[in-house]
Design a protein around this ligand. Structure first.
Ligand code: AP5
Length: 258
């Protein structure tokens, strides 16, 4: 059974601090979508001191990237768990190599990417945001003193636990993450631009009642959308509009979710 086109497969992509985490949290709050953030996942591994966490700690602290095969291993099993859900992936892929690994994995699953959102925010804007960023490590919730401050200064809204600074948010390390983005991650824009130009075809499946008959799934086209802006007031309505129009079947949540 092929599930092509049935589930939203969204990759949100952009510089460190562009707002990937913040905007995907907004989408997840509004729609029935499962979030997966590799940055949050790695920070949990580091906090729990798992084998991957021990390997990741120094690499993340230095603003470098983990190897592609390690990342795929972490991501693939998580994606398999949410195979029959809409999902949004934040922080992966981060290299063209990871992009190819992801495509291969999804093509095996029969659910190719539907939408890639490229967040385009100027460097000077994100530099000032990062110095104002505070995080609640266990949940991945992100605050900003000027944009979305916590209700009580220095404490998480939901749990009341103290907020911390990310160790990789110092000015020197952040500069290195930005350089790493230009070198390794920005080539993915060309990769997805090319993919968005040609329709993808998956191999045919066998007909339910007539196993000798082959069923060809309809060609599927990936959508790449660049959203530019400096504030949430500019980007959020654009993002919501693109997601709605490219995936009209998406349902708004009826439950309250934080
Ligand atoms: P990761 O956590 O993914 O870091 P990143 O890409 O550097 O992204 P950030 O989390 O810094 O920023 P964001 O875009 O989510 O912005 P946010 O919403 O917080 O990865 C960390 C590390 O893990 C990597 O450096 C690497 O070492 C490793 N890693 C992860 N994935 C990997 C992979 N696939 N391969 C190899 N290694 C990997 O927003 C930033 C600030 O701005 C906040 O304060 C927020 O409140 C504010 N803000 C957000 N949006 C707006 C807005 N629209 N208007 C005004 N303010 C805003």
């Amino acid at each position: 059974e092929r599930d092509q086109g049935k589930f939203l497969r969204l990759v949100i992509f952009g510089k460190p601090g562009a707002g990937k985490g913040t905007l995907s949290a907004r989408l997840v709050k509004k729609y029935d979508i499962e979030p997966l953030s590799t940055g949050d996942l790695l920070r949990q591994h580091i906090a729990e001191r798992t084998e991957i966490g021990q390997q990741a700690e120094e690499i993340v602290a230095q603003g470098k990237l983990l190897p592609d095969d390690v990342m795929l291993k972490i991501v693939a099993s998580k994606l398999d768990n949410i195979r029959t859900k809409h999902w949004i992936l934040d922080g992966f892929p981060r290299t063209v190599g990871q992009g190819k690994l992801l495509d291969a994995h999804l093509s095996k699953q029969g659910t190719p990417l539907s939408l890639v959102i490229n967040l385009d925010v100027p460097d000077d804007v994100i530099l000032s945001r990062i110095s104002d960023r505070w995080v609640h490590l266990p949940s991945g919730r992100v605050y900003n003193n000027s944009y979305n401050p916590p209700k009580v200064d220095g404490f998480d809204d939901e749990t009341g636990e103290p907020l911390t600074k990310r160790p990789d948010d110092s000015p020197e390390i952040f500069a290195r993450r930005l350089t790493q983005f230009y070198a390794s991650t920005s080539p993915l824009v060309a990769y997805y631009t090319k993919a968005a130009q040609k329709p993808m075809r998956l191999p045919p499946a066998h007909h339910h009642q007539h196993p000798h008959q082959l069923v060809f799934p309809p060609a599927h086209r990936l959508l790449l959308n660049t959203l530019s802006g400096t504030t949430s007031d500019e980007i959020w309505p654009q993002l919501d509009g693109v997601v709605r129009s490219s995936f009209p079947a998406l349902k708004e949540r009826t439950d309250v979710r934080h």
